[in-house]
Write a protein that binds this ligand. Structure first.
Ligand code: ADP
Ligand code: MG
Length: 507
């Protein structure tokens, strides 16, 4: 149950939070090179967190965990269905030059022939809970009993399925541990805070892929994992824990960081069997890369000529990709929208499983000449109808969506032949609950909205022939992320300052 806090109690919690965050690197780095850094050394600030755990229905939390391996299965199959993905991507039209670039990298790899049939995935399925206001008197619930009733009456709805560079696992793990620590000392008077093993699970998946890769082509070399990262990265505290934990495996596994894309081009090369060779320092011996763990390369600006060259080298290499370029494309919002069409999810998985997953889907529309496409235009251009929708391009990382009544004005600025780049998604309406959040700029006490992300890890052997021969080696639920934002904020990215990491207090 959500506790109400007085100012003195809040101060006490804040002082505990500060110490925990600093001690456990619940931080964002302010790199030396950044405008915000007035120091000669890199500094850091605490990442936005909840001061109190926020209430969330236990049965929906458990259900989301329970269906993750089914979603993993679905996306493993999609990732092997080159023909279906091509057909789906074509519907985005020529205006989507970013997706076209990724596809043409894949075509070159496919035409040459892949040398690595093993693929690794660290996925995240994001949900909000939806409350159908027509079933009760609406969202004005104010008393605690009423709010809890609304929460328990809600349904789990998928916001998006991420297949590439899924972040937040380490931060979420730390914040869950923090709230469990505070609760154990009765600083919080909350209970039922679930355990999160996100870091351990991601490490297990990478370890499994690394071991499956086997011996290096040249037996005199060592093997290592390569993590691609963005330059001047602020989010090292979400990435480094995975690297450090790999070094604690027996025998230790080395992970190198490499910046996308300049450093990849300078430090990586392919050997005679397309083994990916990495020179940590130019004078050093090369190591052979077993797994490429992508935490960069999702933003269109990263794909200049050099970026394309770097991604192509990684994709055609013998290293196991986490994920492959086809898995990357499987995470497009266009794919998510296509899966809502009749028969589409069932193309990949049995109807009984599909129907379980479908219950988490909300209606989505393409902008094309189909009946649904005509409906999409009608909704988008009508401010009243658009209010209940979100317009999304196939981009990642937050800040790209257009919400509600802004949609029609926005579309008027885009040539109609480019509308095919977007999908229109019905809005998920979570019941409001009470939360207490702290970000570097502000403290928020009041109505909040939560988003639950379930991490899933998998390793499989594929043949790229329509998903018929996916041989699953590893398929696990791998912990969770839980983020909360003030009610009136549309986006959720914590790194960009919209939401806060939180821990559910299970109701
Ligand atoms: P991104 O790739 O930018 O993370 P998302 O689809 O996750 O794209 O959208 C960003 C944020 O916008 C989400 O975290 C959520 O807060 C909000 N959002 C997205 N889709 C919906 C929806 N259908 N209903 C309500 N909010 C949504
Ligand atoms: Mg998202």
């Amino acid at each position: 149950m959500q506790e109400q806090v007085d100012e003195e109690h809040l101060e006490n919690i804040l002082s505990e939070l500060e110490d925990y965050q600093i001690t456990h690197a619940s931080l964002l780095k302010i790199p030396r090179a950044s405008d915000d850094c007035e120091s000669t050394v890199a500094i850091a600030r605490p990442i936005g967190v909840s001061i109190l755990p926020t209430t969330f229905p236990r049965h929906l939390f458990n259900h989301a965990l329970n269906i993750q391996t089914l979603f993993n299965q679905l996306y493993m199959k999609i990732s092997e269905d080159d023909a279906w993905l091509q057909n789906t991507i074509q519907k985005l039209g020529e205006a989507d030059t970013f997706v076209a670039k990724l596809w043409s990298i894949w075509e070159r790899v496919r035409n040459e022939g892949e040398v690595q049939p093993l693929r690794c995935g660290i996925f995240r399925s994001d949900y909000m809970i939806h409350h159908d206001s027509s079933r009760t008197s609406g969202r004005e619930a104010t008393t605690k009993d009423y709010i809890n009733q609304f929460l328990m009456d809600s349904e789990l709805k998928q916001v998006e399925f991420n297949t590439y560079s899924c972040a937040g696992g380490a931060h979420a793990n730390t914040v869950a541990n923090m709230h469990r620590y505070l609760a154990s000392k009765c600083i919080h008077k909350v209970s039922h805070l679930p355990i999160n093993h996100a870091v351990r699970s991601m490490v297990e998946a990478l370890e499994c892929a690394h071991r499956e890769y086997g011996s290096p082509v040249d037996k005199s070399r060592g093997t290592a994992i390569l993590m691609t990262v963005q330059p001047n990265n602020v989010n090292i505290c979400d990435e480094r824990p995975v690297e450090y934990a790999l070094s604690e495996c027996e025998p230790p596994i080395v992970l190198y960081r490499v910046e996308f894309s300049d450093e990849i081009v300078r430090k990586c090369s392919l050997g005679p069997s397309r083994e990916l060779l990495f020179r940590p320092n130019f004078e050093n011996e090369a190591v052979e890369i077993s797994v490429v763990y992508q935490r960069a390369g999702y933003d269109p600006h990263e794909y200049d000529q050099q970026g394309i060259h770097a991604r192509y080298m990684l994709e055609r290499s013998r290293a196991i990709k986490c994920p492959t370029i086809l898995s990357h494309l499987a995470g497009l919002k266009k794919v998510q929208q296509e899966l809502t069409s009749p028969g589409m999810t069932e193309r990949f998985i049995a109807p009984d499983i599909a129907s379980v997953l479908r219950r988490t889907f909300v209606p989505q529309y393409p902008f094309d000449v189909s009946q649904e496409g005509i409906q999409a235009k009608e909704i988008a251009l009508d401010k009243h109808k658009a209010e209940n929708h979100v317009l999304k391009p196939s981009l990642e990382g937050g800040g790209n969506n257009i919400y509600g009544k802004d949609i029609s004005d926005f579309l008027k600025t885009v040539p109609e032949k480019e509308w095919s780049k977007y999908v229109l998604m019905e809005r998920i309406r979570p019941p409001l609950t009470h939360g207490v959040l702290i970000s570097p700029v502000d403290t928020h006490k009041g109505p909040v909205i939560c988003e639950l992300g379930i991490l899933g890890t998998c390793l499989w052997r594929g043949d790229g022939q329509g998903g018929e021969k996916v041989r699953v080696i590893h398929n696990n639920t791998a912990g969770w992320t839980f983020k909360t934002k003030p009610e009136d904020v549309q986006e959720m990215s914590v790194v960009k300052g919209y939401g806060c990491f939180d821990c559910p207090s299970l109701l």
